[in-house]
Design a protein around this ligand. Structure first.
Ligand SMILES: [Fe+2]
Length: 233
């Protein structure tokens, strides 16, 4: 499986605290059946260019290889949508997923307005392909997914967070996830793992739960084929 949303790079944002924890997270991901991980620190916390990101990923890869864990780590960012996003892009402080044409974009948790749509439109116009991170956790979108129908119609992909589907998820988040699945508005499941105990990988369990709503074939695509296409694009 391919996990395109993680905070595994150590000591950068609110993700892994140390290299040791990052390696433990990789081991947990491997045990879950994951072979590729995209490191996506919050871009506005860690505004670094691709060259620097590559060296951080290489250091983590070396530690993972040394531990004998068969996982490939890729560069990336979780791109926060706010008034400075386009400026950050211009400054080359934003890394695409695995260096390709996809950006992982995250709307603000409390505010989704016309300005958010305008940034998304501008990114599409510039030729980027987009994956929207966990709309089921974005308060102004819950119950209002008609607001992102245009995004999906324009080819945008929607990423659910694995834990949003677990039986112990907050009821409103679980309900929102099921609504997205039932309306064919969810394309990828990712862990958004932040630590060995904070949202660790668990794509297998989430895939199996999603299968109840969309069938096994589509659920498998959400953790295999579709995220693989994203990192190969
Ligand atoms: Fe995240």
């Amino acid at each position: 499986m391919v996990d395109i949303h993680t905070h595994i790079l150590p000591a950068l944002d609110d993700g892994a605290d140390s290299m040791e924890e990052a390696v433990t997270m990789a081991q947990m991901a491997f045990d879950d059946g994951i072979g590729h991980i995209v490191a996506t620190p919050h871009h506005h916390w860690v505004p670094i260019p691709l060259k620097e990101m590559k060296s951080k990923v290489a250091a983590l890869q070396a530690s993972i290889d040394k531990a004998g864990i068969d996982i490939k780590i890729h560069t990336g960012h979780e791109v926060h949508l706010y008034r400075q996003t386009l400026l950050d892009l211009q400054r080359k402080h934003i890394c695409s997923l695995a260096g390709g044409s996809y950006l992982l974009v995250e709307p603000d948790f409390y505010n989704y307005d016309d300005a958010t749509d305008a940034i998304l439109e501008e990114l599409f116009d510039r030729g980027f392909k987009l994956v929207m991170a966990h709309p089921e956790r974005i308060l102004p979108l819950i119950g209002n997914f008609h607001k992102i129908e245009w995004f999906v119609e324009r080819g945008g992909l929607v990423q659910l967070t694995a834990k949003s589907l677990y039986p112990n998820a907050q009821p409103n988040i679980l309900e929102a996830s099921i609504e997205l699945l039932q309306n064919d508005m969810a394309h990828i499941i990712a862990s958004d793992m932040h630590g060995e105990s904070y949202r660790p990988a668990g794509l297998t369990q989430a895939r199996d739960i999603a299968a109840k709503w969309v069938g096994e074939k589509k659920a498998r695509a959400m953790v295999n084929d579709t995220p693989l296409e994203v990192i190969n694009n």
